[in-house]
Design a protein around this ligand. Structure first.
Ligand code: ZN
Ligand code: ZN
Ligand code: ZN
Ligand code: ZN
Ligand code: ZN
Ligand code: ZN
Length: 486
């Protein structure tokens, strides 16, 4: 492809085809400058387009252009390289032999005049754009004088200028129509009765265009009447407009009532009455349902749906009360042994997943001694869960003697005085005395506090465990265990 960019100089030569507007001159050479046109040669076609940024309200296309010193006929007009530039175009002068490519003029709403130049015999009008009409008007067509021009019409060489003709819409008013449950209504609107237009508008000036979808109103609800219709099974209302059944549902019968000669009940919605002569009971069978911890069950029984009597047999021989059909709920029954995990214990129901007594373990320390060293077993006093983790401990187990840094002195058969050895006091900054549950007896940051006295209630306890947690001056702690026995 060869591009001639931008062609500033193009030579228009009048050749075999004479232009009648040139006063019949046959041999004539014109030179024009087209600073806004670009010519593109590709195979046998020389296409012309309007360069980007061209500020033109009319365009004049030459019939020939000089390419490499050779005159080539222009064959096609492809429009504006930038569609925005096309808006200003009002008039086009174009040789009859140049094809207007599809879309070449589609962005030119203001184009009101097209003039064919260099009209050869047999030339016809090309496809022409439909320009955008001014507000309130529609485009009627392209006219050469009084004659409307259509694509394919032969060009009259003496009247090759056509003009876009517009006229006001011929609007017919359509009143608003309400919807029914059958037919959609619409808002009020105006319709242009011109066959080629047919556009719809909201206003009498034909400015605010609309369409059927926008002005349509939704179908309305059915018309509800208060009257019920019914058959043996159901009741419904009927819409008088579309005749459809609406609100259809099954009867909701009330209780049977004994009216002497028969039994009667009515639908609580529509009042539809059923009668039953009740010659025999209408028995409904109920399967046995086992009670659970929380829900009542029932025995197997039969109940008459008319008189409401209950029977333990399908022959309705042995009558029972409704209460007698009930198997009372069982309530939970708790296992005696605990279930447990590392931190908690609880009791489970023998029948269901329910739990009770969910609580933390009650840790119990059991000390034993080989005479020289204490070992501790920690287990829960309730569920016997054993803690495999041994607490750090130290100390010597021997009643009424010195336990490491703890001095034990027996005061009576059941009471002892516990204190920290005089020589060890300087090693510690504080001390906490606790019982076997870790409950504090007393504490002191003053390591010189007086010794504590503990008393064993021998009618309750066989022995007593005291723990003394001492904090060393470097922050580490040491725990001494003292077990005193009666
Ligand atoms: Zn119209
Ligand atoms: Zn209806
Ligand atoms: Zn009913
Ligand atoms: Zn009955
Ligand atoms: Zn249970
Ligand atoms: Zn436990």
């Amino acid at each position: 492809m060869k591009r001639l960019l931008p062609v500033l100089l193009a030579v228009l030569m009048l050749l075999s085809c004479s232009n009648p507007l040139m006063d019949g001159q046959n041999s004539h050479v014109n030179i024009f400058i087209y600073p806004y046109l670009e010519f593109t040669e590709e195979e046998n076609e020389v296409a012309v387009s309007v360069v980007e940024g061209a500020d033109v309200s009319f365009i004049s296309i030459p019939s020939e252009v000089m390419i490499n010193g050779e005159a080539k006929p222009v064959t096609a007009f492809t429009g504006f390289q930038n569609p925005e530039d096309a808006e200003k175009l009002t008039a086009l002068y174009i040789p009859a032999a140049v094809t207007i490519k599809e879309g070449a003029l589609s962005n030119s709403p203001n184009l009101a005049k097209i003039e064919l130049t260099d009209v050869c015999e047999g030339a016809v009008w090309p496809d022409l754009p439909a320009p955008q009409a001014p507000l309130g008007q529609h485009f009627v067509g392209w006219f050469a004088g009084e004659s409307e021009i259509n694509p394919g019409d032969t060009v009259d060489p003496y009247n090759a200028k056509i003009i876009a003709v517009f006229e006001k819409h011929t609007l017919t008013f359509h009143e608003e129509v309400n919807s029914t449950c059958l037919v959609q209504g619409h808002e009020a609107y105006y319709e242009c009765t011109a066959e080629f237009c047919g556009k719809l508008y909201l206003d009498a000036a034909g400015i605010n265009e609309t369409n059927l979808e926008s002005i349509s109103r939704p179908l309305s609800d059915h018309v509800y009447t208060g009257n019920w219709e019914s058959d043996a099974l159901s009741h419904w209302k009927r819409c008088p407009v579309c005749n459809n059944e609406i609100e259809k549902s099954k009867h909701e019968p009330g209780e049977w009532a004994d009216c002497g000669t028969c039994w009667e009940r009515s639908c609580t919605i529509c009042g539809y009455k059923e009668t039953d002569n009740h010659v025999t009971h209408r028995l409904v069978h109920f399967e046995k349902i086992e009670p659970t911890c929380t829900e009542d069950g029932n025995i197997e029984y039969w109940k008459c749906s008319v008189c409401g009597n209950c029977y333990i047999d399908a022959q309705a021989d042995k009558k029972i009360t409704e209460n007698e059909t009930i198997l009372a709920k069982l309530n939970h029954e708790w296992k005696t042994e605990y279930a447990n995990n590392e931190t908690h214990h609880w009791k489970e129901c023998i029948r269901c997943d329910e739990q009770t007594e969910y609580e933390e373990h009650d840790w119990w320390y059991v000390f034993s001694s080989d005479g020289n060293k204490v070992s501790v077993d920690i287990s829960c006093s309730k569920c016997e869960y054993t803690n495999s983790e041994q607490p750090p401990f130290s100390g010597v187990f021997d009643v009424s003697l010195v336990y490491g840094d703890i001095e034990v002195t027996r005061l009576t058969a059941n009471s002892w005085k516990l204190g920290i050895s005089e020589g060890a006091k300087s090693e510690y900054s504080s001390c906490i005395w606790t019982n076997y549950k870790g409950e504090e007896i007393c504490s002191s940051s003053d390591i010189g506090f007086g010794p504590i006295e503990v008393t064993l209630n021998s009618s309750v306890d066989a022995d007593l465990l005291i723990m003394c947690t001492l904090t060393k001056t470097d922050g580490t702690t040491v725990t001494w265990y003292v077990q005193v026995s009666a």
